[in-house]
Design a binder for this molecule. Structure first.
Ligand SMILES: [Zn+2]
Length: 384
């Protein structure tokens, strides 16, 4: 099978040329970036293979979010022009009649084996992109799931996993732990550099939605439109927003679902270009304000940091039946580590204990050891 998750190669190439990886039959595309921003587009695909049955299970929704891949590519261009760096992009090129990469596996693939592979690739590429971003930017990364909606009110709908009813509550209520902990920006609430509250990040003057509003793109929630109102059909975030943001216990990235209205935003090349340019400027402002990261030349600054990074000193690097590696660095106790194969597939996630990296049952071959803030270390398991 073609390898898809070439994580380490990605690390190595992070600061040089962009790379693009494709899954089975080029249905899923991962354009590797070097900014702490990950954008996925699950519903913009047009590829319609007749060999794949049309989805009909569980009242499948099959509407395409028109021009959202085109829009994302224009955002990519705008970000590159402004920052000299690249966000990570994951695209599904299949029509939604064949797969829904914003539903769970069962509903999204209706049991088709090929579609299950593509669905997994879509999710794994997002994982890989987030891992790269979090490792490079000290766990400060932001994820956007980009969509298009057909609701009558022409505005962007930002989904933080809070329902239209919940967004109708007071700021005091939304700042209660029970709402923060289920929000897609929980980690940003807990770590933003100005200590803004959940409600402030949702709809004060420096919220993402408010920045769009100032740019001429009304958005909800925002300072300008505090809540969507009931029965507006507002989209509060789907499977990806849950599975790929910190609302999910194992995920670090904060994020949001952005549902774009069509007129003036994604309908024509020129309108998309204006919106993409605006979005790029807004994201730069957002990262600076809340993460303290300047996206302008961030990747160049990082490439310098990368060469200054300390090496992980491990022993042995050639293993024959050994069940652990010894780490000689003093300050790694209890730090999380990841072991991947050379294709970047994650095999072991654990923590350093008593200066040891435990290695249960690794087949002969080459492996990489990743610890945040350190250079990638390589070791080889020989046949016993
Ligand atoms: Zn959609």
């Amino acid at each position: 099978m073609k390898h898809v998750f070439a994580l380490i190669i990605l690390f190595v190439c992070l600061n040089t040329n962009a790379q693009t990886f494709f899954g089975l039959n080029n249905y899923i595309e991962y354009k590797v970036g070097n900014l702490p921003l990950i954008i996925s587009v699950p519903h913009g695909g047009t590829v319609n293979p007749s060999s794949i049955p049309t989805r009909t299970c569980n009242n499948a929704v099959t509407v395409t979010d028109g021009n959202t891949i085109e829009l994302a590519r224009q955002i990519d261009t705008a970000l590159q022009q402004l920052t000299g760096c690249k966000a990570h992009f994951v695209f599904c090129h299949l029509r939604r009649t064949k797969i829904d990469c914003n539903r769970n596996l069962a509903d999204g693939t209706c049991g088709n084996l090929q579609m299950q592979q593509s669905w997994n690739e879509f999710q794994k590429f997002i994982d890989t992109a987030q891992l790269i971003a979090n490792t490079t930017y000290n766990n400060k990364s932001f994820y956007i799931d980009l969509h298009g909606h057909g609701n009558p009110i022409p505005r962007l709908e930002l989904g933080y996993l809070l329902t239209e009813t919940e967004l109708g509550y007071s700021n005091t209520t939304l700042n209660q732990l029970s709402y923060v902990n289920t929000s897609s920006i929980k980690n940003l609430v807990n770590s933003n550099i100005n200590s803004y509250t959940h409600a402030q990040l949702l709809r004060d003057s420096f919220a993402l939605g408010s920045y769009f509003g100032y740019g001429g793109y009304p958005a909800v929630p925002s300072l300008q439109i505090q809540n969507p109102g009931t029965s507006s059909g507002y989209y509060n975030g789907g499977y990806n927003t849950f599975a790929n943001t910190c609302a999910s216990p194992s995920v670090i990235s904060s994020g949001v679902q952005i549902e774009c209205n069509n007129p003036n935003v994604r309908d024509t090349y020129i309108n998309r270009k204006k919106f993409a340019d605006s979005t790029a400027r807004i994201l730069i402002k957002f990262f600076k304000k809340h993460y303290g990261i300047n996206l302008m030349n961030a990747c160049l600054v990082n490439s310098i940091k990368q060469t200054e990074m300390q090496e992980i000193s491990i022993y042995p690097t050639l293993l024959k039946g050994d069940k652990f590696l010894l780490v000689k660095n003093k300050n790694l106790e209890n730090k999380p580590f990841i072991i991947t194969n050379t294709q970047g597939a994650q095999l072991i996630i654990n923590r350093v204990k008593d200066n040891k990296i435990l290695l249960p049952n690794l087949a002969p071959g080459a492996y990489y050891l990743l610890i945040e803030g350190y250079k990638v270390a390589k070791f080889i398991c020989l046949p016993e």
